[in-house]
Write a new protein. Structure first.
Ligand SMILES: Cc1cc2nc3c(=O)[nH]c(=O)nc-3n(C[C@H](O)[C@H](O)[C@H](O)COP(=O)(O)O)c2cc1C
Length: 203
């Protein structure tokens, strides 16, 4: 791969930050863009369960309102019960979530078993697709946030969205075209601090 492509790919991978502000709440995200991103997402690895992902794009205002209410409820509760101070960025998205052009839910057909190996296999077959989706949207100027808190109210969400039994809800990506959001790599520990060689603890 030539250096320029490597640089571009690494730039997208390193700057797919959560975008909760600087979003264009007035411009619908095109179906063409969303389907192109989903076509990238379905190239993700999948386990023995096969292509068990399903994407559900919510654009209907009333449905978004109902979902946004649950989202706000959970987030406020997290703030109160876990003593977490919500950041202005969390509050910003919460305040306008009902206005987001679309909410993209990622579901997996099936349910995880309780053992670690089953869970790794199950979620390992769905979350890479969700992450690819977020990256593909980033590459097209669509800002998203990785959100999982709605899973704590999955039964209510299932009722609103007509989700059948035996389908597992994973993340919901609120999506909108970005308005000049300047996305930078996050401040993370470098590889040499988080990587062992040959045996645990050996650097
Ligand atoms: C498992 C998981 C669940 C998350 N759930 C939410 C969520 O429900 N709402 C939200 O605003 N952000 C959520 N986030 C996003 C984190 O808050 C985000 O990574 C953090 O804001 C750091 O920002 P960055 O993506 O710019 O590094 C979640 C992230 C992870 C990894």
């Amino acid at each position: 791969m030539d250096n320029e492509i490597t640089e571009r790919v690494e730039h997208v991978l390193s700057t797919a930050r959560s975008v909760r502000k600087k979003l264009d709440f007035t411009r619908p995200v095109s179906r063409e863009d969303l389907e192109a991103c989903i076509n990238v997402a379905v190239q993700a690895p999948t386990g023995l369960t096969g292509e068990n992902w399903r994407f559900l794009v919510v654009t209907d205002p009333e449905t978004k309102k109902q979902i946004a209410e649950i989202y706000c409820d959970v987030l406020v509760q997290i703030g109160e019960t876990r003593g977490v101070t919500l950041k202005p960025t969390h509050n910003a998205l919460m305040a306008r979530l009902h206005e987001i052009p679309c909410m993209v839910f990622v579901f997996a057909i099936g349910e995880p078993t309780e053992d670690v190996s089953g869970q790794v296999g199950f979620f390992g077959s769905i979350l890479p697709a969700a992450w690819s989706l977020m990256l593909a949207m980033r590459a097209r100027g669509i800002g998203t946030t990785w959100t999982s808190l709605l899973t704590s109210r999955k039964d209510e969400i299932a009722k609103i969205l007509n989700i059948p039994e035996g389908v597992t809800q994973t993340v919901m990506l609120p999506a909108a075209y970005t308005l000049g959001a300047r996305l930078k790599p996050a401040d993370r520990k470098p590889a040499e601090e988080v990587t062992f060689w040959n045996k645990w603890g050996e650097s």
